[in-house]
Design a protein. Sequence first.
Length: 457
Amino acid sequence: MAKSITVHFLGAAGTVTGSKFLIEALGKQIMVDCGLFQGLKELRLLNWEYPPIEPANIDAVILTHAHLDHCGYLPKLVKAGFRGRIHGTLPTLEVAEIILRDSARIHEEDAERANRRGYTKHSPAKPLYDEKDVEQTLPHFKAEPLDTWLTIDENIRFRYRYNGHIIGATFVELEIGGKRLVFSGDIGRTHDLLMRAPSKPDEADIVFIESTYGNREHPADHTKQELAEVINRTIARAGTVIIPSFAVERTQSLMYLLWQLSEEGKIPNVPVYMDSPMGKNVLDVFIKYPEWHKLKPDLCEAVCARIHRVKTVQETKAIVEDYHPKIVIAGSGMATGGRVLAYLEKHLEDELSTVLMVGFQAAGTRGRSLVEGEKQIKLHGKLLNVKAEIANIQSMSGHADSKELLDWLGALKRKPEKVYIIHGEPDAAAQFKTKLKDELHLDGYIPRLFEIVEIPL
Ligand SMILES: [Zn+2]
């Protein structure tokens, strides 16, 4: 039999979430990323199915970074029989632990609430996985350095490279029998508030490139000014600003900007709450790994001092009921779960308040519905009329835009054999394919979800 590499596109193909790529070659099976599907119901239901591969046969998982849509399926994989190692950089593994524990808690709370309020079709509703499953997953973690070739066996090795998307985030160079596969992971911005500019690959035979914003160029960065305007007009009418935010990086960027605006006297002195059990822990990872970002340790502390961190559910309840103007940052970033729902339940129907969206909103999420101007939103089994102002600051994205993606690929010294366009909604991926042809004269290929391709070795 001729030697070849088989690639299974098990997620983030034709969609943004659920990143999972299984690579079979030379008697080994390696999975790059192991994320949860989020957003559209038909995608989320896939999280519940038995994986379309045999987890016990997978030798290793290589994580690019710790966002839920890249690592959130790990406890399920372990539960289904995976026994190998889960590789990641130190910050990635520390953040992944925080994210997975939180994800388990959200799944448990959702199941518990559904059972209590009786709006489940399954009785009793069960969580996708629980904290015990996360405990079983952590011993598989293996921390790896940047820029160092790591051996899986004599013909397979990989290397992590900094890509500036979130703390710990990387792209991965995977060499199999001398052929180099490059997985972009999620690529960060060239000029980010917190992260350094991404490194770029100089060589690749096969590229798997994300295309989240493959159809868009981010507007010039007026984030700070836009943020000040939204806050000032909301506080002026005695409303509350609710900011659904990913616990990793967007929350820290927001905290930093809010601190700057406060210091400069550009926003009024109202309480700022961070209501995310994860936010504080992720901040600790920031403080622990200063070499991974641009924020100096003393600045980290000053920023933290300006923000009130909410610790208990009782405190959340008290803040939700408090009518004074304030700013609340709470997870999850796409308003699919987490503490932010309690605030939305209270404030979505309040015309004085503002819901400010700052990150990518996947199709099928409440965040996306709000950004698209939906007038009614379903939450905890109730239909709410959206009366609050909905604001959206796009330039806060942690993802490279189409131009930055092309710059990144343009660093390759020779043409790759194949470029797979992944991690994008259909329109973004299709438009990126056209740009790739026009600007770099490369033929991109957009794989379908669950497609299996053979690459000759
Ligand atoms: Zn990400």
